[in-house]
Design a protein around this ligand. Structure first.
Ligand SMILES: C[S@@+](CC[C@H](N)C(=O)[O-])C[C@H]1O[C@@H](n2cnc3c(N)ncnc32)[C@H](O)[C@@H]1O
Length: 215
């Protein structure tokens, strides 16, 4: 997907991926990461998700990466926060108490600029990327977060029935991207109610990725 694809989606407000409340699977499964209060959760490709509001309300800190400055402007307005904005390399850093959003291409985000993170929450991020980019994304995410534990939500459906995004990311592919760095557990696979476009059956696959314990 070219950057222009996503910029156009935000400019036209074609943001069907944006949910009207915090994601139910996040709310259900975040406790399984056993995060301490004030832990910092990184949300790659964050849009203006209400999951950010929910995480802040849990007493957690949030870092995010998002291509669209329009999305990030809307996010801060909806949070009723006034950000300090600075340039960090290729990225613009929006900062307010307990929140840092890096605006630009996630591949320009470095571990140094991101800072330490305690966990990653990936919803509609890995699945937003076409296959050739997903391997690069997974390796980059692992590198800049130093393999922070991760809650990952994928869609699985018959890819020949629909063109993404969101793309179908099968279990074997998740293992291929992450099993060298993480212990993977598939927590649950609920059906997407009504399927995609009302006709293509789909499931969400919820993964917990934990740091591998040394043998
Ligand atoms: C499907 S949306 C998901 C947004 C959010 N995770 C949610 O659940 O609402 C994918 C988002 O990734 C952003 N995006 C796409 N490619 C990106 C990139 N290379 N770097 C940073 N953000 C990107 C898009 O602008 C879009 O807001």
């Amino acid at each position: 997907m070219e950057a222009s694809f996503w910029h156009q989606r935000w400019e036209r407000n074609e943001i069907g991926f944006h949910e009207a409340s915090a994601n139910a699977l996040l709310v259900k499964h975040l406790p399984s990461l056993s995060l301490a209060p004030q832990s910092r959760v990184f949300i790659p490709l964050c849009g203006k998700t209400l999951d950010i509001h929910w995480l802040l309300n849990q007493g957690l800190r949030v870092a995010g990466a998002e291509l669209s400055e329009l999305a990030v402007t809307q996010l801060f307005a909806e949070l009723k926060l006034t950000p300090e904005i600075t340039q960090r390399g290729q990225l613009r850093h929006y900062h307010a108490k307990h929140i840092d959003i890096f605006v630009g291409d996630i591949f320009d985000l470095t571990a140094d600029i991101l800072g330490p993170v305690d966990a990653i929450y990936d919803r509609a991020a890995l699945v937003a990327l076409p296959a050739p980019l997903r391997e690069k994304y997974a390796a980059h995410l692992t590198a800049i977060s130093h393999a922070a534990p991760q809650l990952l939500i994928c869609y699985v459906y018959e890819q020949s029935q629909l063109s993404g995004p969101p793309f179908s990311v099968e279990d074997a592919e998740v293992k291929q991207h992450y099993q060298s760095q993480y212990t993977l557990e598939l927590l649950e696979c609920p059906e997407v109610s009504g399927g995609f476009k009302g006709r293509v059956p789909a499931q969400e696959h919820v993964w917990r990725l934990s740091r591998q314990t040394p043998i």
